[in-house]
Design a protein around this ligand. Structure first.
Ligand code: VG1
Ligand code: CO
Length: 549
């Protein structure tokens, strides 16, 4: 279908939207907010005015299929045509996972990508929508680019859009609007080829054939088509291995956040029964992963440490790791492994964009966050299915259970007991009051006793990027004790209702210590210590956190 542009419109903006400030990863608001007239359009215009290389450039466009995707894809295609983009590449029905989009940006030498997803937030007309912007390295837009786009939204007076009828994105093919071409491809193919270049599919296939049943929950989101092809077609797992595999606009009412609270059906199957040896789930846009073994949950911080410790099981990393990185609230389990491997370990603020410079400079090979995100230099996003394949590859080589891998790891490196408590949807003024109060108390805490130790560091984390030397302040309140134990308090940058306070707890036990405690018990002194100091329960009126990981 070739269309000439019947009309190029310049639409004057009657209202300017002052709240289009991107958070931890892109602009994330309720679907209703995005439905306001010209709200989406004005943010997209700001991207097109700010992203380098738009005129004549190639752009990757896709999303997780949630409500709002179809309309946004139509609008963005027509706005791209009006801005002189030479080519848009999208998936059938616009379906492209975040990791697959990152890969396409890199292989197609695109100027960047626009990913339509609010990731792990709920979808549907009453859920959330989001626009993530990725740069030409395939990674989330840097702080500098994000700030420039935000600045542009504040002074915008009009936007440009071509009038053309919608492209049939449900059919693979090449289309055009004026001088711009639109390639609709199968978003799964390129990604699967990439996975094949890293892992040994034959070996994993024999593991799955050897009485090792697995269950994967796509949570009615983007990974369904990828996981079906991967696990059932290529790795030959039985046809009911992948659950909830059709991406639905409202995720069938599921909250596509792969943790013990929101992926509770899968968690129940693995933690209470003996039917499956391995279970995993991904989030809305496919960049997060949760891994479970039989009667065993793998904490994401431990998962990162275990992947790093076992990198040599994976052909894709046989040349070794140049270094690793973790976000500040992620436990230091990976630090201990890096020390033993004698490679550098970097500590960055929360959000994948901070790994980009280190990956581009070749300083790190693997990296991860406590929030179920793990990835490597194969792309510039975290990658849910990649992490799951990494685990399956380790299990294929070691020929043992998930819980055995964990036990061996703790016996060798010690255990970092870890938990995150989320208090979601607190009124913003109360959350800010709690945060400010703790922040103001910090300086006086140094040298005093807290929980089971003496406070050594009490500050608000700042990051000096070792590559571009930019400084990022206010990245979370840290209380670090002389015994290495830590409590971190942050305000979320991805929520859309009120505010979310996240509290992170970490306590290290060496290999000779007690390795089989319940994490909440092992951390109980830190948990009661922060409640005494911050009074989150008291001030928010919540008797317990909404989510405990
Ligand atoms: C959360 C996580 C963070 C992650 C971010 C985006 O941010 O804590 O680690 O990078 O979500 O994840 P916050 O600010 O709410 O704590 V997602 O899967 O957008 O792609
Ligand atoms: Co995500």
């Amino acid at each position: 279908m070739d269309q000439s542009v019947s009309k190029l419109s310049e639409v004057k903006l009657e209202t300017s939207f002052q709240d289009q400030k991107p958070g931890t990863s892109g602009l994330r608001k309720s679907s209703q907010q995005f439905a306001q007239e010209n709200y989406l359009e004005s943010f997209i215009e700001s991207i097109f005015q700010t992203l380098p290389g738009v005129f004549g450039g190639v752009l990757i466009l896709g999303g997780d299929g949630r409500y709002g995707n179809k309309r946004a894809i139509d609008v963005i295609i027509r706005m791209a045509a009006a801005h002189g983009v030479s080519k848009i590449i999208t998936g059938i029905n616009g379906i492209i996972s975040t990791p697959a989009a990152s890969h396409l940006i890199r292989t197609r030498e695109a100027i960047g990508g626009i990913i339509l997803s609010a990731s792990h937030n709920m979808g549907g007309e009453n859920g959330d929508f989001g626009v993530k912007i990725n740069a030409d390295n395939g990674g989330p837009a840097s702080e500098v680019l994000t700030e420039a786009i935000y600045k542009c939204t504040k002074t915008l007076e009009k936007y440009k859009i071509a009038e053309a009828s919608p492209i049939p994105i449900d059919i693979k093919g090449i289309y055009s609007i004026g001088d711009m071409s639109i390639e609709v491809l199968d978003g799964v193919d390129d990604y699967i080829d990439l996975m094949k270049s890293i892992f040994q599919f034959d070996l994993i296939k024999s593991l799955l054939a050897s009485n090792f049943p697995i269950a994967f929950d796509a949570m009615n989101a983007v990974t369904g088509p990828y996981a079906k092809r991967l696990f059932e077609d290529l790795l030959e797992a039985p046809s009911n291995t992948v659950r909830n595999f059709i991406p639905l606009e409202d995720f069938g009412g599921m909250h596509p956040d792969p943790n013990l609270t929101y992926a509770k059906d899968l968690a129940y199957l693995l933690l209470n029964g003996d039917e499956y040896s391995f279970g995993a789930a991904c989030d809305g846009d496919g960049d997060r992963n949760m891994v479970l073994g039989q009667r065993c949950f793998v904490n994401p911080s431990d998962s990162l440490a275990i992947l790093v410790a076992n990198y040599s099981c994976v052909p894709g990393y046989k040349n070794g790791l140049s270094g690793v990185a973790r976000s500040m609230p992620t436990s230091s389990a990976v630090d201990v492994v890096a020390k033993e491997l004698d490679i550098p370990c970097y500590e960055t603020p929360t959000g994948w964009k901070f790994f980009g410079n280190l990956l581009d400079a070749g300083k790190i090979t693997l990296c991860g966050e406590e929030s179920f995100g793990t990835g490597s230099n194969h792309i510039r996003e975290k990658d849910g299915l990649w992490a799951i394949l990494f685990w399956l590859q380790i299990l294929s080589v070691k020929k043992c259970s998930v819980s055995q891998v964990m036990r061996d790891h703790w016996n060798r490196f010690g255990r970092h007991y870890y938990s995150r408590h989320d208090y979601e949807s607190i009124p913003s003024d109360i959350a800010n009051q709690i945060y400010k109060k703790v922040e103001l108390t910090l300086p006086a805490m140094i040298g005093t006793s807290f929980a089971d130790g003496i406070v050594q560091t009490a500050d608000n984390f700042s990051y000096l990027d070792p590559i571009d030397h930019s400084i990022t302040n206010n990245q979370g309140l840290r209380i670090i004790l002389d015994n290495g134990n830590r409590v971190i308090l942050r305000l979320s940058g991805t929520g859309t209702q009120g505010a979310t306070i996240r509290v992170y707890f970490e306590s290290y036990v060496p290999p000779s210590g007690k390795l089989d405690q319940d994490p909440q018990e092992a951390l109980s002194l830190l948990i009661s210590g922060i409640e005494k100091l911050a009074e989150i329960k008291l001030l928010s009126g919540m008797s317990r956190p909404t989510v405990i990981t």
